[in-house]
Design a protein around this ligand. Structure first.
Ligand SMILES: CC(C)(COP(=O)(O)OP(=O)(O)OC[C@H]1O[C@@H](n2cnc3c(N)ncnc32)[C@H](O)[C@@H]1OP(=O)(O)O)[C@@H](O)C(=O)NCCC(=O)NCCS
Length: 416
């Protein structure tokens, strides 16, 4: 039992060994683990001037690689040869269809989705859990089993998202037998599964690049969650279900949905004519006064901006320039004009840069993707990074178990 000397914060750790004294712990404490090094990884490096996946810089990957190539890089550890890529793509396509138990669950979730009791991230989390029961390798944490499971999850997550969208829209499920159209690449098939329409080349390309940008990001909250779970020698499906739970939150992956909701709220408050005017400054000033967190801005690690944000903003805006019709009542480029204005004000007034979730909101919106699917699509990409980290943790494991500083009541007698 710990030693008590008056104030709660001076109580030392229970359990002794390695706990350290209260003063040592106070000195080592960083709220939110800010600045704390939580482990080593060969998967990804975030630097202020670059983001690197296994030795390749993100601008290089976004411009020259496909999502399948990046998925191979992350999961198998090196750039694929043409033969390796063809083999990998065929393996993933062959795994796209869902087990009927998972499809039946998604079909049964329509009422919860319609009532708002469940959002797509919740249904995705449960569906991944069910996939664990149907996977012959579920309890095997060996490197080869982990790789097989990673490819299955990579293949099946877009199918879950697509089936869910069909249920939400009250349409027949698309691709029940094959998990989509086998001739379509991963990004294009994801869009096809959601809509039943083959996307344009531009739409498929923008989705593909967004998946590359979302694929991996070192020890972010959801990846760290997956590593903590894997560190107990639990299995990949359990770790991924936990990762989905962590990613859902608006301070993490959920920010791409919230960023778009915020832009819609601004338009509702100031009207279309207010875009480009001082009304946006006034709206933002009000948000600053009320200390509101503006979604899609800020980052724990990046101090001078998120490398991925500019890439997606440029790509999304370029595509928006080719689109006709209206999106939520506005031409596509108007959303980007508003986004750029909001970005400019954030930078000028708060010196806070957008993160990748900010342009993602506008980009997916002008691709007519329903907002509640933005974070599930993030999962469709991040499954590659999570699986790489889970395998890395299993391959060189030590239980992840930090300490805490006790702030509860001082020691007292139960019968005292
Ligand atoms: C990402 C995030 C959680 C990082 O948080 P953090 O490292 O703990 O930083 P803090 O929340 O402590 O922010 C530091 C300061 O910047 C401000 N700030 C940071 N992000 C902000 C935002 N998006 N809007 C308004 N102010 C913000 C904070 O209010 C705080 O100001 P203060 O020192 O005056 O209190 C935070 O920036 C955030 O909540 N962003 C919005 C959600 C989001 O886009 N998440 C996706 C991340 S990829």
């Amino acid at each position: 039992m710990g030693v008590v000397s008056g104030s709660p914060a001076s109580v030392s750790a229970s359990g002794g060994g390695g706990g350290g004294g209260a003063a040592d712990k106070q000195a080592a404490f960083a709220k939110g683990l800010e600045g704390v090094i939580g482990g080593q990884t060969g998967v990804c490096s975030i630097e202020q001037d670059k983001l690197i996946y296994r030795g390749y810089e993100i601008h290089d990957l976004a411009e020259h690689a496909t999502f399948e190539e990046v998925a191979f890089l992350l999961l198998e550890g090196h750039k694929p040869s043409p033969a390796e890529l063809a083999r990998f793509k065929a393996e993933v396509v062959a795994e796209r269809a869902l087990h009927p138990a998972a499809t039946a669950f998604i079909e049964s979730a329509g009422g919860w989705l319609a009532s708002g009791r469940a959002v797509p991230m919740d249904v995705l989390r449960t569906a991944v859990s069910i996939l664990g029961h149907t996977d012959v390798d579920c309890q095997d944490n060996s490197p080869s089993a982990n790789l097989r499971k990673a490819k299955r999850l990579l293949a099946k997550i877009p199918t879950i998202i697509g089936h869910m969208q069909c249920v939400i829209d009250g349409r027949a499920i698309i691709g029940r037998e094959l998990g989509g159209a086998p001739d379509l690449d991963h990004a294009a098939n994801l869009l096809y599964l959601m809509t039943g329409k083959r996307p344009s080349k531009d739409e498929a390309k923008v989705m593909d690049v967004s998946l590359i940008l979302y694929a991996e990001h070192e020890f972010n909250a959801s990846t760290f969650t997956t590593r903590v779970i894997a560190g107990t020698l639990s299995d990949m499906h359990s770790a991924v279900a936990g990762g989905i739970g962590a990613l859902k939150g608006p301070l993490h992956g959920g920010a791409n949905e919230m960023a778009m909701e915020m832009l819609k709220e601004i338009v509702k408050d100031i009207g279309e004519d207010g875009i480009g005017s001082a009304k946006v400054d006034a709206w933002m000033e009000q948000a600053f006064v009320s200390k509101r967190k503006l979604m899609g801005f800020g980052h724990r690690v990046y101090r001078n901006g998120d490398h991925r944000a500019g890439i997606l903003m440029g790509l999304g805006k370029k595509m928006a320039g080719t689109l006709t019709g209206t999106f939520g009542g506005l031409p596509a480029l108007k959303w980007f004009a508003l986004g750029e204005q909001v970005q400019g004000i954030m930078l000028a007034k708060k010196k806070i840069f957008p993160n990748v979730d900010f342009p993602c909101g506008m980009t997916y919106f002008t691709m007519r993707i329903p907002v509640p699917q933005y974070t599930p699509i993030f999962v469709a990409a991040r499954i590659t990074g999570w699986a790489a980290h889970i395998s890395e943790q299993h391959a060189d494991n030590r239980l992840i178990r930090p300490l805490s500083i006790y702030t509860g009541p001082a020691l007292k007698k139960w019968n005292g």
